[in-house]
Design a protein around this ligand. Structure first.
Ligand SMILES: *Cc1c(COP(=O)(O)O)cnc(C)c1O
Length: 462
């Protein structure tokens, strides 16, 4: 009989290590006070396990570090660019590849060029999506366009484990496209996975329907493909079983006309991004903008070595063993919470566990910021840094009023290939400890806040 393990092991071994910084509860209590109870203001050496974000926090492989050494730093036409360009062309099937320093730079280029090409028009300009990520929305609004979300109604049901909750609500999109003149929709988008809605994936069937709709109405279709590989992993596991990830990825890209991409997620690097397009229509204008603000078209704000690391990362992220491990490591967190009755957003998505702070702390109102209170307890009791995603982040409206966000979540984003299972066991034990103390949870009050994006810099009492 052949040995077969039920354990899905990390498909890598550790080669280089970075020490963790241990602190006492008293030290953390002082650090919190110093940081005005805002976890973004904490210095990293006061954090034991950092689950603030999965963006730009990946561990690179030995092959990626070796690739850095091969970086060609020629200003124009670098060998590293040629390799990068071929890799992205092979992955996406798109011909025109524009490197940028990160995802939002690709977004800014795209929308500033689209707005230039529109000229001054009195008509509103709409950009539909399943859910716009905050930088995408901000870049759309910065050029005077309007961002609009059509997320599947399943996304509202936090406690129900419905697959592919990240889907576009195609009925709502169809109604919108039927009733809005073509001249008012410069571009249509779809975000994979749906970051603003818990990292939930979009099904291949949904991507095909969205593609059919945009094509039918003659609207260019641009993917926000930051976590395309994690989205592919869900499709291979739950929808099109047995297909190879690289092949599913190619099919997805073939359904759209281009993509924007932050390499800080699914290219397994610490900085980088790109815009890739099927047609040459916008490319001349994009290159002019790129040269103005990012750099020459063959490096776009990056070093040759960064392009090399991205090229290698794009191969590694689609390895079946990596993707199987990535989903299994997230599921592990969900299973624990399920067993212990700890409320979380179900099912777990591709890059984070989201605790449902409103259910943790039913005695706190949304305006007591239960998510922030929970995130502060996780840090104080165990040195774990997470991020509130609720009324603190989204409650302040453009007109200055304050409104409940609807869900009060705490995101524990898992950096790729960084932490081991025992680190995760530590976090889970800590979550359980804090859950048992939930009746004593205190409200958070805002002492000082800026006009926009207050969660990054506001000061609180707790
Ligand atoms: C991170 C992210 C972006 C922006 O990318 P940056 O590299 O952080 O600028 C855009 N869209 C989605 C869905 C993201 O997760």
């Amino acid at each position: 009989m052949e040995f077969q393990s039920k354990v899905i092991i990390e498909p890598f071994q550790v080669k280089s290590v970075q020490s963790l910084d241990f602190t006492t509860r008293d030290e953390r209590s002082a650090a919190l006070k110093e940081a005005r109870y805002n976890l973004f203001r904490l210095p990293a050496q006061k954090v034991l396990i950092d689950l603030l974000t999965d963006s730009g926090t990946s561990a690179m492989s030995s092959e990626q570090w070796a690739a850095l050494q091969r970086g060609d730093e020629s200003y124009a036409g670098a060998k590293s660019f040629q390799k990068f360009q071929s890799k992205v062309q092979e992955l996406t099937g798109y011909e025109y590849i524009i490197p940028t320093h990160q995802g939002r730079a690709a977004e800014r280029l795209l929308f500033s060029v689209l707005s230039e090409r529109r000229g001054s028009t009195a008509e509103p300009q709409w950009v539909p999506n399943n859910s716009h990520f905050d930088t995408t929305r901000a870049n759309i609004e910065a050029v005077g366009f309007r961002a609009i979300d059509f997320v599947s109604p399943a996304a509202q049901k936090v406690q129900e484990a419905i697959p592919f909750k990240g889907n576009m609500d195609v009925e709502a999109l169809k109604k919108f496209l039927e009733s809005t003149p073509r001249s008012q929709i410069p571009v249509g988008m779809l975000t994979l996975t749906n970051n603003s809605c818990g990292g939930q994936p979009v099904s291949l069937e949904n991507i095909r329907e969205v593609s059919r709709l945009y094509r039918h109405y003659g609207i260019p279709f641009i993917l926000d493909a930051c976590r395309f590989a994690e989205n592919v992993a869900f499709i291979c596991r739950d929808e099109e079983k047995g297909r190879m990830p690289a092949e599913v990825a190619r099919e997805i890209f073939s359904l759209a006309d281009g993509c924007s991409f932050s390499a800080k997620k699914d290219a397994l690097v610490n900085i980088g991004g790109f815009l890739a397009l099927k047609s040459s229509d916008w490319v001349e204008d994009l290159h002019s903008q790129l040269i103005l603000t990012e750099g020459f078209p063959t490096y776009g704000g990056l070093a040759g070595r960064d392009l090399e690391a991205m090229t290698q990362g794009l191969d590694e992220v689609l390895e079946p063993a990596y993707l199987e491990y990535r989903l299994a490591s997230l599921e592990y967190l969900g299973k624990f919470c399920e067993q212990k009755g700890i409320p979380y957003l179900k099912p777990v998505g591709g890059h984070a566990l989201y605790l449902d702070a409103a259910s943790f702390y039913p005695h706190l109102k949304w305006s007591d910021y239960p998510g922030q209170s929970l995130a502060l307890s996780l840090y104080l009791e165990g040195g774990l840094r997470s991020c509130e995603i609720g009324s603190l982040m989204f409650g302040r409206q453009f007109d200055g009023t304050e409104k409940a966000h609807g869900v009060e979540l705490v995101r524990l984003a898992i950096p790729r290939r960084v932490y081991t299972q025992s680190h995760m066991d530590y976090c889970l034990e800590l979550i359980e400890f804090v859950f048992h103390q939930r009746k004593a949870a205190k409200a958070v009050r805002i002492l000082k806040e800026p006009k926009r994006l207050r969660h990054f810099t506001a000061e609180f009492s707790w």
